[in-house]
Ligand binder design. Sequence first.
Ligand SMILES: *[C@@H]1O[C@H](CO)[C@@H](O)[C@H](O)[C@H]1NC(C)=O
Ligand SMILES: *[C@@H]1O[C@H](CO)[C@@H](O)[C@H](O)[C@H]1NC(C)=O
Ligand SMILES: *[C@@H]1O[C@H](CO)[C@@H](O)[C@H](O)[C@H]1NC(C)=O
Ligand SMILES: *[C@@H]1O[C@H](CO)[C@@H](O)[C@H](O)[C@H]1NC(C)=O
Ligand SMILES: *[C@@H]1O[C@H](CO)[C@@H](O)[C@H](O)[C@H]1NC(C)=O
Ligand SMILES: *[C@@H]1O[C@H](CO)[C@@H](O)[C@H](O)[C@H]1NC(C)=O
Ligand SMILES: *[C@@H]1O[C@H](CO)[C@@H](O)[C@H](O)[C@H]1NC(C)=O
Ligand SMILES: *[C@@H]1O[C@H](CO)[C@@H](O)[C@H](O)[C@H]1NC(C)=O
Ligand SMILES: *[C@@H]1O[C@H](CO)[C@@H](O)[C@H](O)[C@H]1NC(C)=O
Ligand SMILES: *[C@@H]1O[C@H](CO)[C@@H](O)[C@H](O)[C@H]1NC(C)=O
Ligand SMILES: *[C@@H]1O[C@H](CO)[C@@H](O)[C@H](O)[C@H]1NC(C)=O
Ligand SMILES: *[C@@H]1O[C@H](CO)[C@@H](O)[C@H](O)[C@H]1NC(C)=O
Length: 430
Amino acid sequence: MQCISNKFVVFVYFSLFFVFILCDQEDSANITCFLLYSRLRPSKITITGGANKIKDSCPRNSTDQKWIIVKGKIKFLHENSVKAIPNLFRIELPKVGLEKIEPGTFKDLPPLKTLYLGDNNLTKIKAGTFVNLEVSFLDLSGNSISVLQPGAFQNLSSADLDLRENRLTEIQKGVFQNVSLKNLYLKKNCISRLEPGVFGSLYPKSKWGVSLQLSNNCIERLDPQVFDNENIDELILNNNSISILRSGDLNNLPNLSRLYLSRNRIKEVPEGVFNASKISTLDLTHNRISVIANEAFDGMTRIWFIRVDYNELKEWDSRWLRGIPLLRISASYNNIEVIRAGSFMDFPEGSAVELAHNQIRNISDGAFAGLEKLNSLNLSYNEISEWKIDFMKNVTIRDNVDLRGNKINCTDLGSDLEELLDKGFLFDNC
Ligand SMILES: *[C@@H]1O[C@H](CO)[C@@H](O)[C@H](O)[C@H]1NC(C)=O
Ligand SMILES: *[C@@H]1O[C@H](CO)[C@@H](O)[C@H](O)[C@H]1NC(C)=O
Ligand SMILES: *[C@@H]1O[C@H](CO)[C@@H](O)[C@H](O)[C@H]1NC(C)=O
Ligand SMILES: *[C@@H]1O[C@H](CO)[C@@H](O)[C@H](O)[C@H]1NC(C)=O
Ligand SMILES: *[C@@H]1O[C@H](CO)[C@@H](O)[C@H](O)[C@H]1NC(C)=O
Ligand SMILES: *[C@@H]1O[C@H](CO)[C@@H](O)[C@H](O)[C@H]1NC(C)=O
Ligand SMILES: *[C@@H]1O[C@H](CO)[C@@H](O)[C@H](O)[C@H]1NC(C)=O
Ligand SMILES: *[C@@H]1O[C@H](CO)[C@@H](O)[C@H](O)[C@H]1NC(C)=O
Ligand SMILES: *[C@@H]1O[C@H](CO)[C@@H](O)[C@H](O)[C@H]1NC(C)=O
Ligand SMILES: *[C@@H]1O[C@H](CO)[C@@H](O)[C@H](O)[C@H]1NC(C)=O
Ligand SMILES: *[C@@H]1O[C@H](CO)[C@@H](O)[C@H](O)[C@H]1NC(C)=O
Ligand SMILES: *[C@@H]1O[C@H](CO)[C@@H](O)[C@H](O)[C@H]1NC(C)=O
């Protein structure tokens, strides 16, 4: 095995299963020479410098080659840069300074596991670049991509398509035309414009749905023309600029199961937004929610966890939750001051309720009616001091009531302390 020009030095050290091919610095490369024999443990091939013209130096029998990692500088990839090698499962070009990939570069590739092009200097993905490609992971994260042309990923089939940490501000319809995926990562761009239908033809890689991950972008609303696909089962929109939720926003995501809207600017949860959705996990933490409409969570027949921690709720109202099969709701770190009579009346059987770190001072008579249906109630780190012990004596709960971090004087509990502890009440310093 040798390079075809004496400018190149080839050094083969089989006893360590390493092959180093040292070549000249070149801007573009025909990468075809990478050795990894399936009978041996995977080891690295390092191509230092531009790999230009080394293709003829590859051994005849290349069907056993498994893995390429390229190190050095490669600015361009074009149609003849990468040749089909039947058993290849991994190509990695991390931090090689890649600026441009011409359509056709990957057209002859067999099904691969990993195509890693992350941490490079790509700015644009042209139509047809990843067309008809079948891989498990296509990683383009950490580039400077601001343009994805429609058709860029047409017919792509990959478990993950990773476009995190690029410079996307908009995505046009057709970019993900007929793309089969499990996870689409678009986190940490500044996407604000998503063309209607842009996610419309994504379909799932496996029997699971598609997870659409759009955290840390600049999205301002949940547009049902954009979020329109029955295959999406997870939508992650943490840390965007969504300020309004409207009834109908989720109408075109009939199979959505997990919705994350943490760190947005939502002030109100109106009625009907989640009606008839199949959402099981809803995260609304770190918003500015001060109002939740009476029947805001109406019709959520599959819900089991709602989080509204770190908001500005002053009131707590169990009508929100009437008729839903909820198992757990968490509203810690809000400004709730009062627990009114009947506050837990409408709770579903077996629920866990967390109201820690609020300013609850007042617990009205009758507040705990229905508590026996709950598994647990967490009232820790509130301002509870006046302790209506007679009322509490009648209360039972399946698991525990956490009252730690309040201003309860244990002495006041007197001989009832024992019984309360037995029932699962938790105090500190008692
Ligand atoms: C890559 O190989 C093709 C032929 O297979 C050749 O035409 C082309 O010039 C080569 N590219 C470079 C940059 O050497
Ligand atoms: C070429 O590859 C095939 C398939 O892996 C293998 O059976 C054969 O022994 C190889 N031939 C040589 C000369 O290495
Ligand atoms: C290429 O990207 C790296 C890291 O993303 C960056 O440090 C470098 O300056 C970029 N080079 C050019 C020519 O843009
Ligand atoms: C996508 O796949 C279909 C069916 O295999 C094929 O007809 C079509 O030409 C492909 N699209 C592109 C752009 O190659
Ligand atoms: C979509 O892409 C797949 C390959 O991933 C192909 O088999 C199928 O025919 C394509 N469908 C259309 C309508 O292009
Ligand atoms: C949210 O996004 C901003 C930039 O838009 C970033 O500075 C901040 O660190 C992000 N916060 C989290 C918790 O990711
Ligand atoms: C999505 O929901 C539709 C009905 O709205 C159903 O026919 C389809 O099977 C569901 N798809 C998945 C992947 O759950
Ligand atoms: C939820 O949907 C059902 C059925 O469409 C409807 O009867 C009910 O009034 C809706 N509730 C809210 C709060 O929109
Ligand atoms: C507690 O509730 C009582 C009666 O409901 C009310 O008079 C009182 O002002 C409340 N105290 C606080 C601190 O909210
Ligand atoms: C109650 O909430 C506090 C604060 O979030 C937490 O530290 C504590 O573990 C919770 N109690 C129980 C019993 O889970
Ligand atoms: C105790 O609970 C029972 C049943 O819920 C109720 O009938 C009774 O009035 C309660 N007693 C007190 C003192 O609250
Ligand atoms: C608790 O209450 C008792 C009497 O009810 C009182 O003597 C004691 O000083 C109180 N302790 C604190 C820490 O307030």
